[in-house]
Every structure is written in structure tokens, then in C-alpha cells.
Write a protein that binds this ligand. Structure first.
Ligand SMILES: O=C(O)CCC(=O)C(=O)O
Length: 360
């Protein structure tokens, strides 16, 4: 076997520690005080720290694209050591090719069996606007419109937990062996993605990890390490997910300085592949075809603390919604609604800076 390509360089090896500490301290202040007040008080200080980060990144060379490591299978122990603990993605090529979901699940199958199921649609490009791009329809409607010019994208749909008979179409023994034995990952939940061709999910990160089964079509994933936050500059939105609206295919250097200097992992999933998505790894996803995918998600406290201790600690101070409501939702856990709450009403997008801030 040839040598593996190097992993993306952590930012701590490339930027001055003090600038990173300053940005983290200001993030905590923003989390506690709210964006507008923290921006008014310390916006200039944050901009200076970001400038130092960007200068150091530019001096350490252009960003590298590194392929996500590919394997046929791993023991739970090897998976834990090489991927769960260090927070490194991996793709199990073809691991799910013989699972019943690959043969049974299709647009027609879901249309026929589950077409009347409610589907909450959240359009992240509308994040921060009143109503924040949230609408409710049925799965049947989503599927019927999937070839339309501006089709809805059903992300994070709770169909599998609503209809647990569908879970038998996945190899749960394998998924459980990777999740539980290797990472103390309790309380799994599942989300389905029915993506129109060309749709995408902007860069975001969250504390849960997942094993993503690609059932139909091809999906391109990009991953950045958690400390890319010094460049991605997310809002401290007191919510379980953080986001950054930069378009990785056409980043605006004036708005996102340093983005092109970040290293990242990249992979295109094919039907039958299973991808490990680490806790707090920033990721961006594009559906190259019409796609169908299912994620088994969980939270592992040790992994979350290892990957992003600050973000993990701040989860306890969340208000949009609180950690308690995330863990014990009334009724079913619908991630789409949580995301909309996190990114709605002024909480999404890029933070106002001294130069771009409007009133308030
Ligand atoms: O497939 C997508 O569009 C997004 C998937 C994702 O972000 C996730 O599973 O965490």
C-alpha cells in the first residue's frame, strides 16, 4: 500500500496562538452578550486578530485538498483509534452495497409508502431572514417536485425514526458496533436526505457525529478541521449548529480572507459508500446527482470534548434551543426545525463587522 497523503494541517501549527485565543475569547463574549453588543464593544479587536490569522496563513502557503481516506472495512478498535478519537473522516467504500436499503429505497418507494408524511423544509440560503426559509409540506410533494427548476431539499428528515421498520434496511449490527463499542455513542437518531441534483448544504458544524450511508446518486463532501473557525468566523448563535455562508467554489476573498489558504479533505460518495462525519468538523455538501442518503447520528462526549472543547462547553449555555430541549424534545426530534431556530431571525450568515455593520 502506498503512503497515505498527509492530513490537513491544524491551524494551531500555522497561526499565532494568541490570535486564536483572542478569537475564542471574543466568541465566548458574543455567546454570552449577543452579537450586536459584543461587536460594538470588541469588533475592532476581533478584526485585528483575524488579520493576524490571515497573514500567518498566507505566509504558510496555499491551502491543500486532501482526499478522504478510503477503506473497505475496519475493526471498531481501528476505527476508534484512527478516526473517532482524532476526528478524521473516512469512507467505507461499498460497505453498504448489499444492504436492503440499496435495493428497496427509491423515489417511487418513498412516494408510495410515505408520501403523506409531513416534511419541514429549511432553506439555509434564507437563514437570518424573517421566517428564515422554513416551510412545511409532505414528502410526496418534495418528491414530486424534485425535478422542478427550484425544487425543495428535504434535509435531516426524521422518517427513519418515525417509521423504525425502515431501520431494518440498514446493517444496524455493523453501525452499532462502530458507534457504541468504539465511541461510547449512545442515543442514536437517524436523518434522511432527499436531495435534488445540484443542491447543496452550506458549511456548518455540530457536536453530533454520523455514519452517512449513500443510497442513490453521488454526493461531494468537503471537510475542514474544527479550528478553521478562526477563518470561517461563525456567529455565536447559542445553538447546536454553527454555520458559515462562504461558497467554497467561489469564495469572495474580500469577505472571507484566508479561506483559500485552509486545507481541507474532499470525497465524492457513490451509492453503497458509508462516510464517517466527525464531531464539530466543518463540512459542505453538494448533490452531484439526485441523491438519497441516510445518517445514523449520535453524540459522544469524549469525542466532542477532544475535537472542540470550547464549542462543547458552550452547548450548556445554548438558548436556541437549550441543551435540555435538544436532548429531550417534546415529541420527535426534527433537526430541520432546530436548524431553523438556530439560524433564524438574524442569527444566520456572517457576523456584522465594524466595516459592514448596519445599525443595531
Ligand atoms: O447531505 C447534506 O446535504 C448534508 C448532510 C450533513 O450535513 C450531515 O449529515 O451532517
Amino acid at each position: 500500500m502506498g503512503a497515505l497523503p498527509p492530513d490537513p494541517r491544524p491551524l494551531r501549527d500555522r497561526v499565532p496562538g494568541r490570535a486564536g485565543l483572542t478569537l475564542d475569547a471574543l466568541f465566548v463574549a458574543e455567546h454570552v452578550l449577543g452579537g450586536p453588543l459584543a461587536g460594538r464593544l470588541w469588533g475592532g479587536c476581533r478584526e485585528r486578530a483575524r488579520r493576524r490569522v490571515v497573514e500567518a496563513l498566507r505566509a504558510s502557503g496555499p491551502g491543500r485538498t486532501v482526499p478522504v481516506q478510503q477503506v473497505a472495512d475496519l475493526s471498531p478498535e481501528a476505527f476508534a483509534e484512527c478516526h473517532l478519537r482524532p476526528g478524521v473522516p473516512v469512507v467505507f467504500r461499498g460497505r453498504a452495497a448489499a444492504w436492503p436499503a440499496l435495493a428497496r429505497w427509491s423515489r417511487a418507494f418513498f412516494q408510495r409508502e410515505y408520501g403523506s408524511d409531513p416534511a419541514v423544509i429549511f432553506d439555509p440560503s434564507q437563514a437570518g431572514s424573517p421566517g428564515c426559509g422554513l416551510s412545511t409540506t409532505t414528502l410526496g410533494d418534495v418528491l414530486a417536485r424534485i425535478d422542478d427548476p427550484d425544487p425543495p431539499y428535504a434535509r435531516f428528515h426524521p422518517l427513519l425514526d418515525r417509521h423504525p421498520e425502515l431501520l431494518h434496511d440498514l446493517d444496524r449490527a455493523w453501525l452499532d458496533s462502530m458507534r457504541v463499542r468504539a465511541s461510547f455513542g449512545g442515543f442514536p437518531f437517524h436523518t434522511l436526505f432527499l436531495g435534488p441534483k445540484g443542491s447543496s448544504t452550506p458549511i456548518h458544524c455540530a457536536g453530533n457525529e454520523n455514519l452517512f450511508v449513500q443510497v442513490q446518486g453521488r454526493k461531494r463532501w468537503r471537510f475542514w478541521r474544527p479550528d478553521a473557525r478562526f477563518v470561517l468566523d461563525p456567529r455565536a448563535n447559542r445553538a447546536p449548529a454553527k454555520a458559515c455562508p462562504v461558497d467554497p467554489d467561489a469564495p469572495d476573498e474580500a469577505v472571507w480572507p484566508g479561506f483559500e489558504e485552509l486545507d481541507h479533505w474532499q470525497v465524492v460518495l457513490e451509492p453503497g459508500d458509508v462516510l464517517y462525519v466527525p464531531a464539530y468538523a466543518w463540512h459542505h455538501v453538494v448533490n452531484l446527482d439526485q441523491t438519497l442518503g441516510a445518517a445514523t447520528r449520535w453524540t459522544s462526549v469524549p469525542n466532542s470534548v477532544r475535537q472542540a472543547p470550547l464549542y462543547f462547553a458552550l452547548e450548556f449555555l445554548n438558548t436556541r434551543p437549550t441543551l435540555f430541549r435538544t436532548m429531550f424534545p417534546k415529541g420527535e426530534l426534527d433537526v430541520t426545525t432546530l436548524l431553523a431556530e438556530a439560524h433564524g431571525d438574524g442569527a444566520g450568515g456572517r457576523r456584522p463587522t465594524p466595516s459592514t455593520r448596519t445599525s443595531g
